[in-house]
Design a protein around this ligand. Structure first.
Ligand SMILES: [Mg+2]
Length: 226
């Protein structure tokens, strides 16, 4: 029986520093006149509880002293991220896996995705880079409880017969979801990201069996832990 690897999407499969992270910054700028730095966004992410970028944008706007309706924040964010015809910042995403990585992994593993994105937004990006690699793809609108709740991981594990399972993520909320589900967690802390060392330590503190720079080091971790 194959083992199961579940991937978070943003910061794991795709570099979203120019898409979701920029959309947060631009949304906060729009409503407050102040553009937060990438580092400031990461401080909130590292606190946990802000996996949802709409919720985070709304909260950052409040912190800057502006009261804006949540729906207005969501609408503006989506306009910036998706653009008129899915031609917004979403097009600035960069696929992180090297050539052949998933083909090699798929020989001995089921590959699935559990993301805080809406299912359709996850699919838009997967269709560009890896259309049929992951099954199932569980998004925010496929679960009643988002991360750090483990519902999505339970759902995926129940849908695929598997041996061992793993979850790969890049935030504290990913690590907490994994621990709550009883699934070994592999953390990703990109050296290019702000607060890289702090994030790596936080992920270890949350029980990560390993913390790696990016997804292309995954095979080494699996070999060492098999
Ligand atoms: Mg992520």
């Amino acid at each position: 029986m194959k083992d199961l690897i579940v991937f978070d999407m943003d910061g794991v499969l795709v570099d979203v520093s120019e898409s979701y992270r920029s959309a947060i910054q631009a949304t906060v700028l729009h409503f407050t006149g102040t553009q937060p730095t990438n580092d400031e966004v990461q401080v909130w992410k590292n606190k946990g509880g802000f996996n949802d970028d709409w919720k985070l944008s709304h909260r950052m706007i409040q912190e800057l002293g502006e009261e804006v309706a949540y729906d207005d924040v969501v609408n503006r964010f989506q306009q910036i991220f998706l653009g008129e015809n899915n031609d917004g910042l979403i097009l600035r995403e960069r696929w992180l896996a090297g050539e052949g990585l998933f083909e090699r992994l798929a020989r001995r593993h089921h590959l699935a995705v559990f993301t805080g994105r809406l299912g359709a937004e996850a699919q838009l990006t997967l269709d560009r880079f890896a259309k049929t690699t992951f099954n199932p793809v569980v998004g925010a609108d496929h679960v009643a409880n988002g991360k750090p709740h483990p519902e999505g991981l339970h759902k995926i594990r129940a849908s695929v017969p598997h041996g061992k399972s793993w979850y790969l993520g890049d935030t504290v909320d990913d690590a907490r979801a994994s621990r709550a589900a009883g699934v070994p967690f592999i953390g990703i802390a990109s050296p290019a990201a702000p607060r890289h060392a702090e994030l790596a330590q936080l992920l270890r503190d949350e029980g990560a069996v390993a913390v790696i720079d990016d997804i292309n080091s995954l095979e080494g971790v699996l070999a060492a832990n098999s």
